[in-house]
Design a protein around this ligand. Structure first.
Ligand code: IMP
Ligand code: MG
Length: 198
């Protein structure tokens, strides 16, 4: 079993996350309401955030523009710098590539990610997307750790900034654990050490 006590503290509880996702959804609908938006979710960490975000976008659209919903193409990609707990790679590996059946050319793209830390993962992905000649690319990240950045990333939408602590929950994991927790919190160091030693 895993426990709430594996966390040192909760940074963002469920209600706080929900409210912020709602705000971001409204902003994104307003910004993209005339386009055919490609929402590219970065697996696995961005999956929960992205699905809640899209649901909130649809709810807001229906409430605000009766019967009309933003036109969205949902797709995903899987990248990891830690394909197993023993390694941390200087560049991510594409575990699931960009879907060749999704037409990026001439369309606006919104990349939905759990966290931008050093920015290396996002830089690699943005470069792959640019090769497909989209109309525009914007990044929507739930969490941003700007103090850790080693490469420049334009973040169009962010949920929250976090300091340099290792966080988990609401999609974010350590060695595949804690993604299912409803809140985001700082894990105890001994928990991280134990999981990464496996
Ligand atoms: P970057 O290449 O350093 O920006 O790393 C980004 C990736 O590392 C994210 O997609 C996350 O999967 C992972 N990551 C970075 N910081 C954390 C964290 O605090 N908790 C969980 N995963 C993290
Ligand atoms: Mg990730």
């Amino acid at each position: 079993m895993v426990s709430v006590h594996d966390f040192k503290r909760v940074l963002f509880d469920q209600k706080t996350i929900e409210a912020r996702v709602q705000e971001l959804a409204e902003q994104i609908v307003e910004d993209y309401k005339y386009g055919e938006l490609v929402i590219l979710t970065v697996q696995k960490g961005g999956a929960r955030f992205s699905s809640d975000l899209v649901r909130a976008m649809v709810d807001y659209s229906l409430r605000t523009y009766n019967d009309v919903v933003v036109d969205i193409l949902e797709t995903d990609v899987k990248l990891s710098r830690r394909p197993n707990p023993k390694v941390f790679l200087p560049e991510p590996v594409m575990l699931l590539p960009l879907d060749p059946n999704i037409g990026y050319e001439g369309r606006p793209v919104l990349v939905v990610e759990d966290i931008v830390d050093q920015g290396v993962t996002m830089r690699y992905l943005l470069d792959r997307i640019q090769e497909r000649n989209p109309q525009s690319v914007s990044v929507c990240t739930l969490l941003d750790k700007p103090s850790q950045r080693t490469v420049d990333i334009p973040v169009g939408y962010k949920g929250f900034e976090v300091e340099n602590v290792f966080v988990a929950g609401y999609g974010l994991d350590v060695n595949e654990k804690y993604r299912h927790f409803p809140f985001i919190g700082e894990l105890k160091q001994e928990v991280i050490d134990r999981l990464l030693a496996k």
